[in-house]
Ligand binder design. Structure first.
Ligand code: NAD
Length: 428
């Protein structure tokens, strides 16, 4: 999913190098953590509905498993690249460490466009992916999950194929499963809600009442929809969202100055999180160019679509009213933009902290599968809130006491925890 010359892995390594220098990490640990421990690249041949055969390219990267089994999603995307998967697997290592759950970092992907695949073809792709990697994943090895354009249904096909191959029931193999099939209540809400729990704490710290704030969101998929829901429940006003339009092959922003109606927008949104622009116009939304979401005079920006969205070119469009950025997406901000955001004094809640709710709930899903006993949604969300709140305060306290940028503080905590685990195991 890299755009143009943007390389997310280079960015992830650049962020890591700066922190390694900052905390004085030794050379061997740096070398160990700069690259994934293991990566797999493979072909997935599929018989298409018209009888022809097509070969897709699949990946899995296991960045680090010193603190527990690798953990991370599988993306289906036409512009997927191995470097995107590498970067995301590295960010997963930092994410599981910052919320202090006993898991490592992994990520997978397939270069494909689910828009152009029937459900049968997608099932074949899921089963083919598992056949190529079954020996190298497992409940105690590496645990995949849904990500961009993959769902609980995809996870269940993958689990089913794995159980056929191994001959055992292994619900802990994969998370994000449908409810009643080993899934956890609260998983759908977890990432978006988790981001807003951290925002709630940040607003409290600055004595700002959520009811007096406005926000603009990039993306209208799983993360953004639930982030908007909870933000609105807390009394905030979301005035702008953007989404991709597959027909026009570009994005649009949808604005309503007196606040968007979430339910109404959901009724004109497809399963890929794409808002119907004609229907939105009829409902009274201003339909603006895709990059307008960032130009809004709001207190809070929530990039929740994809990487490289707040970069050297776009960061200059951020209005002086913006006090918080909550990164729902992975890697939405480049290091060049980070510098300017830090100078402007905007309070950044970085991706691997802000969007860690998903993996935290996935961890809860594993725990429940292992216990074979499932919690109520209230129990799950209460535990999630506690984890996110504690993680937020640990990072914010370090950021304030050491006077470092929030992303750096989060990295310092994560990298130190992972480096310590590698050392205690005698790896470096
Ligand atoms: P999704 O597929 O449900 O939604 C993605 C949304 O982004 C859609 O509304 C799509 O239209 C929009 N979009 C795509 N390209 C766009 C563009 N150029 N401009 C504007 N909008 C665009 O995905 P999601 O699960 O909501 O994930 C969003 C981001 O959050 C990704 O970076 C993902 O890796 C990250 N994330 C997701 C989870 C999770 O649990 N879902 C967890 C952690 C991180």
């Amino acid at each position: 999913m890299a755009e143009g010359s943007f390389n997310p892995f280079k960015m992830a390594q650049q962020q890591f190098d700066a922190i390694a220098e900052n905390i004085g990490l030794d050379e061997a640990t740096r070398a160990l953590l700069r690259n994934p421990e293991r990566e797999y690249h493979f072909n997935i041949p599929i018989r298409m509905d018209d009888g022809s055969y097509k070969v897709f390219r699949g990946f899995r990267c296991q960045h680090n498993d010193a603190r527990g089994p690798s953990k991370g999603g599988i993306r289906f995307h036409p512009q997927e690249t191995i470097d995107t998967v590498r970067a995301l697997s590295m960010w997963m290592t930092w994410k599981t460490a910052v919320v202090d759950i006993p898991l490592g970092g992994g990520k997978g992907g397939v270069i494909c466009d689910p828009h152009n695949l029937s459900m049968r073809e997608q099932e074949a792709l899921c089963r083919g992916w598992v056949r190529q990697i079954a020996r190298n994943i497992g409940p105690l090895q590496d645990v995949p999950a849904p990500d961009v354009m993959t769902t609980g249904q995809h996870m269940l096909w993958m689990l089913d194929e794995y159980e056929k191959i191994t001959g055992i029931k292994a619900p802990g193999l994969i998370t994000g499963k449908p409810l009643g099939m080993g899934g956890s209540l609260g998983r759908t809400e977890a990432t978006g809600y988790g981001a807003i729990y951290t925002l709630r704490e940040a607003l409290k710290d600055l004595n700002i009442d959520t009811k007096n704030t406005t926000a603009s969101f990039q993306g209208f998929g799983n993360v953004s929809q639930y982030a908007i829901k909870l933000y609105q429940e807390y009394g905030g006003k979301a005035i702008c969202v953007s989404s991709w339009d597959n027909k026009d092959q570009k994005s649009y922003s949808f604005k309503k100055s007196d606040g968007i109606d979430l339910e109404q927008l959901l009724s004109i949104t497809n399963r890929f999180g794409e808002i119907d622009k004609d229907a939105a116009k009829e409902m009274g939304y201003e339909v603006l160019p895709g990059n307008e979401w960032i130009n809004q005079e709001v207190d809070i920006l929530v990039p929740a679509a994809m990487e490289n969205q707040i970069n050297a070119e776009t960061v200059i469009n951020i209005k002086d009213t913006v006090k918080f950025i909550v990164e729902g997406a992975n890697g939405p901000t480049t290091p060049e933009a980070d510098k300017i955001i830090a100078e402007k004094g905007i309070w950044m809640i970085p991706d691997f902290l802000a969007n860690a709710g998903g993996v935290t709930c996935s961890y809860f899903e594993q725990v429940q599968c292992n216990l074979n006993y499932f919690w109520t949604k209230e129990e799950v969300l209460e535990k999630l809130d506690k984890k996110m709140t504690d993680a937020y305060h640990a990072v914010a306290d370090l950021s304030k006491s050491r006077k470092v940028y929030m992303r750096d503080a989060a990295y310092m905590i994560s990298v130190s925890r992972v480096a310590e685990a590698c050392k205690m195991r005698g790896w470096v």
